[in-house]
Design a protein around this ligand. Structure first.
Ligand code: NAD
Length: 494
């Protein structure tokens, strides 16, 4: 069994309190985890603050920081088999998803290194500057000590998206992993130590709501970066108000997947299934509302029901498995409860709708992929379930699809399927979300911004926007005028 310690000021530390994490697929113990005390958390913030002000970190050239990011990427690749195995056991990720996660996390550090090498931390704005009067510069500087909090669904990827821009920008951080999945973030800590990241730049702690609140309430924290549910995000925003901390929120979603009547039908069927079944529906971008134009609805629906049976529900370690368990008992019961609510509300069950418990599956939290035909009044049309339940609604036309897609408090992602790129783009542009795919789903590009509209979040991760969210911008005004009489303020008080 793994032992997960706290990574504070470059050292791995134990504490007086521990708990044990379990594998969602079979209930077996995965790791003994040390929980930080309040003083451990405060100590981690102090270490981050010391590192932020240290000469070593403040004076480190951006190319040296990019070298560190590349070295982290390489070490992750070297340890990919171990990371994959641990991610499977810790989070119930299927082997194909876990492998992709490790690859994506490692690639992110590499792409970020490339962006950092090109990023200009000092830019003279020629349009704002005027010869003989002023030279005006934008100077980008790190925000400071960050508190970062991540969820359990993509443990290593989420840690990478948080730690990457901290190193790139010259900030420092205390990152809290999710209580359920602390293992791979601690391997990442070993890698950070291994590549020679200065002590205290990145500190990683474990814990749940109490530890998260303690961390972000520290007045030395200048930026909070949170990924998780909209409910917790809203509480965090209130707390951030006390110290007016800079805030990034990546929150929940209820994304619309729109199938237009000129779509490639079999591709769109597969895209609809991938959109909501990936990682057992536990992706924030999950396409959990499916809108299909009436003209093709009967044909699409029967193709979907037929094709869903081809997705193998199985144990995560089996390479043939396309669909595994959900994270824990609480989520398992929550999802089954949403299924019961939909049945009582008159939603038409088309497939699944129950626990999967044959053979090995009886040991874990498995729920059969579930299809419901619903109207916009149904609870599951509106609320994020974070599980493998698809709400399907036929629509008269493109306009109705857009209207219903936007009928949501969320605005994270969505997709449009059509063989006509102009038509698909017209629809995509009218969706109130931070990301729209055309004839695609879930794929992300680390060079492009990611984040939500409305209650799906504030700010962006990845891309130039992601890096800039860890930077303050200073306007530096250099006078280009040394004649007192020509200075506009000269007359003001003399
Ligand atoms: P959650 O909000 O319950 O927890 C997220 C993190 O916040 C965990 O580390 C948890 O320990 C911590 N936390 C909980 N209460 C806290 C509090 N009061 N103060 C400080 N920290 C607290 O979410 P979850 O169940 O872990 O993850 C699922 C949610 O995350 C879904 O809503 C999903 O859509 C969202 N998510 C969003 C994105 C995105 O990029 N938009 C990505 C992944 C997951």
């Amino acid at each position: 069994m793994k032992e997960i310690k706290l990574f504070i000021d470059g050292e791995f530390k134990t504490s007086s309190k521990t708990y044990v994490t379990t594998n969602p697929a079979n209930g077996e113990a995965v790791a003994t985890v040390y929980l930080p005390s309040d003083s451990d958390i405060d100590g981690a913030v102090d270490a981050a603050e010391r590192a932020f002000h240290s000469h070593e970190w403040r004076s480190m050239d951006q190319n040296k920081r990019a070298d560190l990011l590349e070295a982290i990427s390489e070490k992750m690749k070297e340890r990919r088999n171990e990371l994959t195995e641990l991610e499977i056991a810790d989070s119930g990720s299927c082997v194909r998803k876990a492998k992709a996660d490790i690859h994506n996390a490692a690639s992110y550090f590499k792409v970020l290194a490339g962006q950092l090498r090109k990023f200009q931390f000092e830019v003279k704005d020629e349009s704002a500057s005027r010869a003989g009067f002023s030279q005006n510069y934008k100077i980008y500087e790190p925000v400071g000590v960050c508190a970062q909090i991540i969820p359990w669904n993509f443990p290593l990827v989420m840690a990478a998206w948080k730690i990457g821009p901290v190193i790139a920008s010259g900030c420092t951080t205390v990152l809290k992993s999710a209580q359920e999945t602390p293992v791979t973030a601690m391997i990442l800590a070993e890698i950070l130590k291994d590549v020679g990241l200065p002590n205290g730049v990145v500190n990683i702690i474990t814990g749940g709501a109490h530890e998260g609140e303690r961390l972000l309430s520290n007045s030395k924290v200048r930026k909070i970066a949170f990924t998780g549910s909209t409910q917790v995000g809203s509480k965090i925003m209130e707390k951030a108000g006390k110290n007016l901390q800079n805030l990034s929120l990546e929150l929940g979603g209820k994304s619309a997947n729109i199938i237009l009547d000129d779509a490639d039908l079999s591709m769109a069927v597969d895209g609809a299934l991938y959109g909501f079944l990936y990682h057992s529906g536990q992706a924030c971008t999950s396409g959990t509302r499916l809108f299909v134009e009436e003209k093709i609805y009967p044909e699409f629906k029967s193709a979907l029901i037929k094709r869903i049976a081809d997705v193998k529900v199985g144990v995560p370690t089996d390479p043939a498995t396309g669909y595994g368990p959900v994270i824990n008992q609480k989520q398992f019961e929550r999802i089954l409860n949403y299924i019961e609510i939909t049945k009582t509300e008159g939603g038409k069950l088309l497939y699944g709708g129950e626990r999967a418990s044959e053979g090995e599956l009886s040991k874990g939290f498995y729920i059969r992929p579930t299809l419901f035909e619903v109207t916009p009044d149904n609870t599951i049309f509106n609320e994020e379930i974070f599980g493998p339940v698809l709400a399907i609604t036929p629509v008269k036309n493109e306009a109705e699809a857009i209207k219903l897609a936007n009928k949501s408090i969320f605005g994270l992602a969505g997709a449009v399927w059509s063989k006509n790129p102009e038509r698909a783009k017209r629809v995509a542009k009218q969706l109130e979300t931070g990301m729209v795919w055309i004839n695609e789903y879930h794929l992300l590009n680390p060079g492009m911004p990611f984040g939500g509209y409305k209650q799906s979040g504030i700010g962006r991760e990845m891309g130039e926007e992601g890096l800039k969210s860890y930077l303050e911008v200073k306007h530096l005004w250099v006078s280009d005028c040394d004649e007192r009489a020509k200075k506009p303020w000269f007359d003001a008080i003399f």
